[in-house]
Design a protein around this ligand. Sequence first.
Ligand code: SF4
Length: 437
Amino acid sequence: MPRRPKPSAPLTAVVANSAGEIFELEGFAAAGMAGTDRAVLTQADALKIPHGSELMFLPDRSPVLYNLDAQRFETLSENPYAPGEPLFPVAAFNSPGYVITRVSAYEEDPGAGFLPLFSYGAAGWDGQGFRTAVVRVDPEPRQDLRRMPRNKVIAGVERMRKALPDNRLRGHLEKCALEYGCPAAKNFFLGRYEAPLPTAQRCNAACLGCLSLQTGGDIPHSQDRIAFTPTPEEIAGIALTHIRRVDRAVVSFGQGCEGDPLLAADAIEPGIRLIREETEAGTINMNTNGGRPEILARLLDAGLDSVRISLNSIRKSPYEAYFRPKGYTFDQVIESIDAALSRGKWVSLNYLNCPGFTDSPEEADALEAFLRQRPVSMIQWRNLNFDPLRYWNIMGRVSPLGPPAGMKRLIGRIRRSFPGLRHGYFNPPKERFAESP
Ligand code: SF4
């Protein structure tokens, strides 16, 4: 039985060649970065790579590794053991529920373009397997791919075609589940946990990392936006089908394949009423940018049980630099949080985090001050799917940042300061609202 490496043991660097083959590079330790801060990745900094995570190589970039002999960080564009063979950095796109604590360390080559919309966690090799720099915030297997076999999804699609033949939203979710591989859509067809209710074709923000609409041409978007507005009956049809067959079901407006649901309230409000006329079971949730507090208030009064508000920062200028709001203000987002809190609703922050920015002293202090004033129910730590180097540059231009404290330390600080605050990744069912964190 091979001896377990010491916690302080550095992980071996992993890199890729131009064919995309990933291999460890002896003599070099893996390195991670957070803003301008670089660190050697040790056994203790990383977990066994979570199931369902993917390793990617980063084009037009050179890995920054730690030379164990020379005891220094080096940027390698060529394989030192095969001169002339280009080397590329490797990063991990970790499964849901794992927060990255360090980004894969690399430098851009001249002329490099934007990276696609993923998060780029640091990774290394411990002699037996890959490890990634993450902390786990949510153990729920809601999006565990091992529980979503394709043949069962397909069987579910066929069942729903019979049950909801004329429901266009069912048709849209089929494409999401089978073509985009959306775990939320798969869960609808599998009858598990949370079902998606995409409704909005438009959005009043223009997030740098929007998954459903990218206009600049530099970055491909991940999925197309829904091309129609479902009727209240179509919305209720999907929701009630899910609620009737899933214990502690959650149904959620505000998905990656749509704009912002507050802009589709004319269909959503009667949809919610149709659901609540039929049953009090199930949790009706909305993921939103919160830009229209007056509309959100209407939907909360109509029967919305919980709301998740997306934020990359609790500070106005970094927020505006990322969300690029069109026709709403940062203050209105805060008003939306207040509207939900004042009604005693479950409020989650969809906290888009990126090491080097989120764990900067400026951001950490702002988050703590905000939570003191507004006791939200939950913070969902979500890795920001956006080019990290470009993100630090953009955020650094709107607000200079101090040295990062580390994501683990930040989460620990928030846990200690707010023991009643739930941490996680997934929207909980209302049956679990009263549980202690
Ligand atoms: S709020 Fe959502 S839909 Fe709107 S731009 Fe941002 S990511 Fe895209």
